[in-house]
Ligand binder design. Sequence first.
Ligand code: C2E
Ligand code: MG
Ligand code: MG
Ligand code: MG
Length: 286
Amino acid sequence: QAKEQGRNTYKIYDKAIHKDLTKKLELVKRLRHAVNKQQLTVYYQPKVELSSRRITGFEALVRWVDEDGSIIPPDQFIPLAEDTGLIIPISEYVMRESFLQLKQWHELGFTELSIAINISGKQLHLPDFADDVIEKVNEAKVPPSKVELELTEQVFIENIQSHTRFMHSVREYGMSLAIDDFGVGYSSLSYLKNFPVTSLKIDRSFVKDLPDNEDDATITQTIISLARNLNIQLVAEGIETEEQVEFLLYRECATGQGFLFSKPVPAQQVTQLLQQYNGLIPIQIA
Ligand code: C2E
Ligand code: MG
Ligand code: MG
Ligand code: MG
């Protein structure tokens, strides 16, 4: 009887795996189709100088526009894109599109604006990826100093020679390098010493419960002091309240990003926002 039960358990498990796989394959098929049919788009979220509310630049965030017009967020397809190699054409698209967009905003007179793009660890395994990025920057004729690459901690943990080479190549070319989601995972302070990093993005999870949560307040304060002492730029992610701005400003975190200022929006809306408010974020009075 035990044997019988075992077999049934196995069957159920097998079925679940099968269902999961089928779903995944279906999603891969749809994603491949979306990439071919250019059903991807880029949204932009402002980075804001907290003291002046001036927009200093944008983070490019990819979106998948489904057949019915609904928007599929990156968390639902980036991991799959990485596993299947589809991240390569997706990233080429995001780079080409967002660099050209930045060029347009520069031409409108907002020449100080920068663009940040997210790079996943998988991409750094590609031979010549640094050359690929540099080529895209050249094609769009944007100053490399206005391009920032956001890398997650995974990349630093792996600590592979090719990754380090990538970082030095893009830095030598004049681009900036940020550690994204800093503080989650296995943050090691040695990253800051061993890699040519120019900025840190404090993860949203630490900002979320500021200023009331004492642990988060301490952690944030510590990251801010650390960055200041090492002369590294700081961006706080996920700012949603004026109290958070006040906390961060008082502790001299210069830059922030979050729904309080703006959600990620299509390029056209960014252009409107820039022109209407001359590069400033209107202070929202709730
Ligand atoms: P990320 O790079 O940490 O991007 C920040 C995420 O936080 C974005 O989610 C943004 O919409 C969200 N966010 C910003 N401010 C707030 C806030 O005030 N409150 C809350 N609750 N959320 C906020 P999104 O666009 O869904 O992107 C999720 C992740 O997907 C990104 O995290 C990034 O790791 C990845 N991703 C997005 N676009 C790309 C891309 O083009 N290439 C690669 N490789 N990864 C991408
Ligand atoms: Mg990012
Ligand atoms: Mg982030
Ligand atoms: Mg984050």
